[in-house]
Design a protein. Structure first.
Lengths: 481, 97
């Protein structure tokens, strides 16, 4: 039986988070929540005689992405009309870029589960406008909302370098992470502001030819992307192994049945009759503009992860967890700047703080604990003002009340007891009250030491310095012998 | 340039969603051929090394700042809609071709 190799390329569409639309001043609104047709004007409704004008910010956002994806920026940019009829496209053409995309020949390294890294080449990054939204009615007929019509849309096309559903997911997730770091896209797949469409084909291993491909749509999560791609690979393999031919078509992903189904067969090449958009003069991006945008690029996740390891001595895993989202990374860095020890901060954030956030379903930008407050708490543990257990309880309280660690510790008298004389007194009381256990310990049951420590902690309501208790307890027990 | 055929006219009409009678097809074949012939004179020029010029006007980089302008009132937006429902344009069912 022939061995087949999947050949997968990804097309990603991402709406840009500008204030206004690509070619008019209408507000970019949440297309799911906004009242229908409230953010539209003659330009984005495709009224005759209206003229589009390019949103400079959208071009800069597109440049950010192209640069972050290591693309060469095209100096001469021409917009083109892509002509087709569909009710969500009121002009009957979409303004896009065709022969001269804004960015070309980029690449992105993705991390595979094996721990290896793989480079995916990026063919092009170009600017276009989004279409309106159709809602199909059960009884027939469709409703059209043009709020989304004309929203700046970025298309990112990879080369067919992807070989599995997992790679497709890793690539798409990394693109989304970069877009979010760049502050140009919200990354919400459910709402369709970030849409991923893989092109999937198979070829015999070693062959340089491409087989017939299918294009997969309706992928509203990264899991659907991975599963849908894997399903298509298995389906096409079965078709070829049974002597059949893969039909070139668009297939939809059925999220509950977890299968793909035929949506539209492409019998002939589509004819969009691209031609230069006469209403938009050429856009020339000079080197000075490119360098200005490049200089303003934020530090990207990969660079952050490297720096966290080198500068702060974090593990690759911890660095990755903190750099996953820009907001968390920024929070962590502010806490470090406030004097917190980076490694301790990393532990407290990725364990206790994340747990508290999960439980209360809050984002790091919403919580009452500020970075400086965690830095203070970590400092108090380091100075042994409070022990780890107390600190966890204090953090939980800070999370609810927004009070600082020092004020909670002071108000509740939680400061750790490191006064040797006081601890010796308490230890004596514990030993006096438990003569049987002391005898058992002295008889060889050394495990009881932990129990004695527990009793002392209980007597001090958790405030005793555990290291000191251990030391003093051993001394006290030795004296009993 | 190869000769324009009736098949080309039918294809163009289909792309434009136009239904043409045989007489119209014949008439447009003649007219479209004349348009192409008119432009074909450019093929006589030696354009080796001349970059394509997609626009006749020597303008570039006309842009606007990312500022929100007022949108239309919903009554105006839907004013010409033959049918409407829920503040949206109501159209016949769309099925993929």
């Amino acid at each position: 039986m022939t061995e087949y190799e999947p050949v997968i390329g990804l097309e990603i569409h991402a709406e840009l988070m500008t204030n206004s639309k690509m070619f008019c001043g209408c507000k970019v609104v949440d297309s799911v929540e906004a009242e229908p047709n409230t953010a539209v004007c003659p330009v984005c409704l495709g009224m005759p005689g209206m003229l589009p004008v390019i949103n400079r910010k959208a071009i800069e956002y597109a440049m950010r992405v192209a640069l972050a994806l290591n693309c060469t920026i095209q100096h001469h940019n021409i917009f083109a009309r892509k002509n087709y009829f569909y009710p969500d496209l009121p002009k009957a053409y979409q303004i896009t870029q065709y022969e001269l995309p804004l960015g070309r020949q980029g690449w992105l390294d993705i991390d595979l589960e094996s721990g290896e890294s793989k480079r995916i080449r990026i063919r092009r990054v170009h600017m276009e406008e989004d279409t309106g939204k159709l809602t199909h009615l059960d009884g027939g007929g469709s409703l059209v909302d043009y709020n989304r019509s004309g929203v700046p849309l970025l298309e990112i096309v990879s080369e067919p370098d992807i070989r599995s559903g997992e790679e497709a997911r890793a690539y798409a997730m990394k693109i989304r992470q970069i877009l979010r770091y760049l502050g140009v896209n919200a990354g919400d797949l459910e709402k369709g502001v970030f849409r991923v469409e893989p092109n999937i084909s198979l070829r015999p291993v070693g062959s340089g030819e491409f087989g017939n491909r299918t294009e997969l749509k309706n992928l509203n999560s990264f899991k659907s992307l991975a599963d849908g791609t894997a399903f298509e690979i298995a389906r096409q393999t079965a078709v070829l192994n049974s002597g059949g031919q893969v039909i070139q078509e668009t297939r939809g992903w059925h999220d509950t049945k977890r299968i793909t189904f035929s949506q539209r067969v492409k019998e002939e090449a589509e004819d969009y009759r691209y031609f230069a958009e006469p209403d938009l003069p050429p856009l020339y991006i000079d080197d000075a503009w490119i360098e200005r945008v490049r200089a303003d690029l934020p530090e990207l996740p990969e660079a952050k992860i490297g720096r966290y390891q080198a500068e702060y001595g974090l593990s690759a895993y911890d660095a990755g967890v903190l750099a996953e989202e820009k907001e968390v990374a920024g929070w962590f860095e502010t806490a470090v700047a406030a004097g917190g020890a980076p490694k301790s901060l990393a532990n407290w954030i990725s364990n206790n703080l994340f747990q508290l956030m999960n439980e209360s379903k809050q984002a790091i930008t919403d919580i009452k604990v500020k970075p400086e407050m965690l830095a203070e708490l970590v400092g108090m543990v380091k100075k042994q003002t409070i022990n780890n257990n107390t600190a966890a309880a204090v953090l939980a309280e800070m999370f609810v009340s927004g009070e600082t660690a020092s004020s909670i510790v002071a108000a509740k008298g939680l400061a750790q007891i490191s006064d040797e004389a006081a601890l010796v007194d308490i230890i004596e009381q514990v030993l006096d009250a438990n003569p049987d256990s002391v005898a058992a310990y002295l008889g060889g049951k050394e495990k009881l030491r932990g129990w004695f420590v527990g009793q002392v902690m209980k007597a001090t309501r958790g405030k005793a310095n555990p290291g000191l208790v251990n030391k003093l307890l051993v001394e006290a027990l030795e004296e009993q012998e | 340039m190869s000769e324009l055929t009736l098949k080309d006219v039918e294809r163009i009409a289909h792309l434009a969603r136009l239904q043409l009678t045989d007489e119209e097809k014949a008439a447009y074949l003649g007219q479209l051929t004349a348009v192409l012939d008119y432009a074909a004179v450019l093929n006589e020029l030696d354009l080796e090394g001349v970059p394509p010029s997609p626009h006749a006007v020597a303008q570039q980089n006309i842009m606007r700042d990312d500022v929100i302008e007022p949108s239309l009132p919903i009554e105006d937006t839907l004013h010409n809609a033959p049918q409407q429902a829920d503040n949206q344009f109501l159209i016949q069912s769309v099925l993929d071709e």
